[in-house]
Design a protein around this ligand. Sequence first.
Ligand code: ADP
Ligand code: MG
Length: 263
Amino acid sequence: PETPDATAPPARRRRASSATSEPLIVLDHVDKWFGQLHVLQDIELTVHKGEVVVVIGPSGSGKSTLCRTINRLETIDQGRITLDGQELPQEGKALAALRSEVGMVFQSFNLFAHKTILENVTLGPIKVRGRSRAQAEERGRELLDRVGVGHQADKYPAQLSGGQQQRVAIARALAMEPKAMLFDEPTSALDPEMISEVLDVMVDLAQQGMTMIVVTHEMGFARTAADRVVFMADGAIVEENTPEEFFTHPRSARAQDFLGKIL
Ligand code: ADP
Ligand code: MG
C-alpha cells in the first residue's frame, strides 16, 4: 500500500486501502458454458475482506456473467464458489440466505415502482431479515441520508433522477447488511452529470471498508478506489494488477488494445 499523496487534488488521491488478507469471495476453477459458448474459463479469483476489485474488459467478455454466478443468479458447470468460507448452495433457503449477504447493484436501478423510496429500502430487511418496521425504517432513513436522498424518502422512484434512483438502489442493498457489494456497470445508464454523484457514494463505501467487486468503464474510479484491477477478455481473466501498474504497464496485447481504445 502506498502513502496517500496529500498534494494531489482530491479526485486523484488514492483512498487508503482497507484490504485484509482474509478471503471473502473465492472462485476456484470456475467454468461456465452457454451452449457452445465457454463464457467463463477457469476463473480463479479471490476477493479479500475490505478489498475493492474493479473488473474491466470489452463488452461480451463475461463480466456480468461473473457477477451473476457469484450470486447464483447463474449456475456454474465446474469449480467452486465460496462466500466467507461457505460453498454456495445450489438452491433453497440456504441459497436465499447466502445470496442476501452479497448486495447487487445493476445498470438498471430496478426499484419497486409502486413503493416509496423508504419502502424500497425497508422491504428486504422486514421480509428477509425479520426486522421490525420501526427498526427497518430507522436504519433505512440513515442509509438514505448517507447516500444523500434522505429528503426523498416519501417519494416514488419515478419522481427521482436516475442518479438519485441508483443511490437508493445502493441504500437498498446496504439495508440488508451485506458482507460484500457487487456493482455491474452502475453508472452506464446514467446521464453524464449524474455519474459522479453515484461514484462518490461508492468511493465512500470503499473508504468505510466494504468489500466490493465493481464492473465499470469509469477508469477514474478504478484508479482512485480499486485495490486491484482484473481485466477480462473472452471469458478469461487475462491479467490482474494494481491500478497503477495496470494503467501504466498493461502486459497483455488484449489489455493494451482495450486501454488504447478507451483512454
Ligand atoms: P459482459 O458483461 O462482459 O459484456 P456478459 O457476461 O453479459 O458479458 O456476456 C458474455 C457472453 O455471454 C456474451 O457473448 C453474451 O452474449 C453471452 N450471454 C450472456 N448471457 C447469456 C445467456 N443467458 N444465454 C446465452 N448467452 C449469454
Ligand atoms: Mg455486462
